[in-house]
Write a protein of this length. Sequence first.
Length: 296
Amino acid sequence: MTIASNPFAEEIASPLEADFLELNSEQRKVVVHDRGPLLVIAGPGSGKTQCLTLRAMNLLLLGKTAPSQLVLCTYTEKAAYEMQDRVSEIAKKVGYKEDISQIRIGTIHGICSRIITENLHRIPNSDQQRPFIGNNYEILSQLPQALFIFEHLDKICETGIAFFTNLWGTKWSVVKQLQIYFDKITEELINIEELRSQRDAFLSRLANAYRIYRSLLVHYNRVDFAHLEKIVYGLLKGMSIKIQIISRSRSFSCFPQKRIISVWSATKINPFTDFEVQRFRIFVDFLQFPMPIKMM
C-alpha cells in the first residue's frame, strides 16, 4: 500500500485510538483526512469498509459533523447493510450517544431517493432541467426503464421510428440505444432545446425523442436513475445543505456542496467503462482530487 497525497495533520478521537493503532500508515491517513476530497484506490481485502467507518465515527466524535450531515455511500445494498452494522458496532463500543440513525447510509440511488423524499416540496412543478415528480413516484432501474421505453416507443419516436430502426436495427436495439443516449443527455445536463436546434438530423430526432420520453416520465410519475441523480443535483445546488460524504464505491459518487469530504475506493483494478463513469459524472465534476491514496 503506497500513498502520494497532500500532507495533513493527524487527529484521532481518543475512544478510537486502540482501533487506530491496528491500522497501517496509509489506512491511518484515510481515517484522519478531513480537508477536502480524497481519492483512495484500493483492492479487495484492503480494509476499505473498516477505514471508512472509522473515519465516519472519528468525524462524529471530534464534533466535525453531525449524524444528519453525514452520508456513507456504497455501490450495493449488501455493502450498505454491512457498513451500517459496522458503524452501529463502533458507536456502541465507544459509547457514542447521538442518534446515528440520522446518518444516510446506502447506495447512490437509495440516498438520492431519500433526499428527494425529504425535499419533495422543494421541487418545482415545471422546470425544463428536471422533471416534476409527485408523491409515491416509481423509480425505474435499468430493465424497467428499457421496458418503459419499449412500451412507449412509437410515441417517443413519433414518425421517426423508421429512422432509428434503419440506424440501429430491431426495435429492442433502438430501445437500448435510446436508453444510453437519454441517460447521457440527462447526466451531462445537456440543454435539450439547443440539441433540438442542431441541423444534424440524428441529433434533432434524438432531442425530440428525449423531450417526449421526459414528458412521459412526468405523466406517469416515474423517474429513471439518471433523472434521480439530476433532481438531487438541482436540489443540492440550490440549497445550503452541509453534507459530509464518505463513499465506498467502484464508481464515482459525490455530491456538490460547500464542504465535501469524499473517499472513492475501487474494488477492481480494471478500467471503468464509459457507462460506469458517466453514471456519476454529474457529482464528480465539482471535486478536485489531490493525488490518490493507494491501498493494494
